[in-house]
Design a protein around this ligand. Structure first.
Ligand code: SF4
Length: 208
């Protein structure tokens, strides 16, 4: 198989140096296993992301697992109703650590079209499970979900395994873990505003 990015670039017998941390993070970010479940229309876009046109397998994340115990990524795709919320939380707790959550679609991010009158809809899945990446849209395009997946990969790449300087002495002694480096999204469209804007959290208050 041709691997243009590496073929012919080294002598026949070569050694490549890296750190254990980088090698492990590289392996982990390239083998994310999402859980197979969808809650509403957004799940159709998620399925399209896995199909041949968008091909989530390019990112090593195409092995959708049928059980939370083998998954490390939960893509909450669709409307989360109050009835479903406890199931979503249970599935999350059944996933092994380290695990990640993508909130896909307006419904999941904050209630979406059901924000005002949907008495049965949770106003954001982050009230139920901790969310790592939000992918807005109704529904978001498969490209947007892939963008969210790349942000998860950024988080994995920024995870540190070494110990903090000055804690623990001697090789192999456990000290405090070094802080993770959470990268800023490099092309998220984030714009710095000139005025202070109060964050909007009121919509997440559960009423009734
Ligand atoms: S965000 Fe839109 S497309 Fe996605 S589940 Fe809600 S209504 Fe359906």
């Amino acid at each position: 198989m041709t691997q243009a990015w590496i073929e012919g670039r080294f002598d026949e017998e070569s050694v490549v140096l890296t750190t254990i941390e980088q090698a492990i993070n590289w392996a982990r970010q390239s083998s994310i296993w999402p859980m197979t479940f969808g809650l509403a229309c957004c799940a159709i876009e998620m399925m399209a992301t896995g199909a041949s046109r968008f091909d989530i397998d390019r990112f090593g994340a195409g092995a959708f697992r049928a059980t939370p115990r083998q998954s490390d990524l939960m893509i909450v795709a669709g409307t989360v109703t109050y009835k479903m919320a406890s199931r979503v939380q249970r599935l999350y707790h059944q996933m092994p650590d380290p695990k990640f959550v993508i909130a896909m679609g307006a419904c999941t991010v904050g209630g979406g079209p059901y924000f005002k009158w949907g008495y049965h809809v949770v106003k954001g899945v982050d009230l139920v499970v901790p969310v790592d990446v939000y992918v807005p849209g109704c529904p978001p395009r498969p490209e947007a979900l892939l963008e969210g997946l790349m942000r998860i990969q950024d988080k994995i790449r920024g995870q540190r395994m070494g110990r903090k300087k000055g804690t623990g002495t001697g090789f192999g002694t456990r000290g405090l873990k070094a802080e993770d480096e959470l990268p800023l999204p490099h092309h998220s469209g984030y714009v710095q505003t000139t005025v202070d804007i109060e964050p909007l959290t009121d919509h997440q208050k559960i009423t009734g």
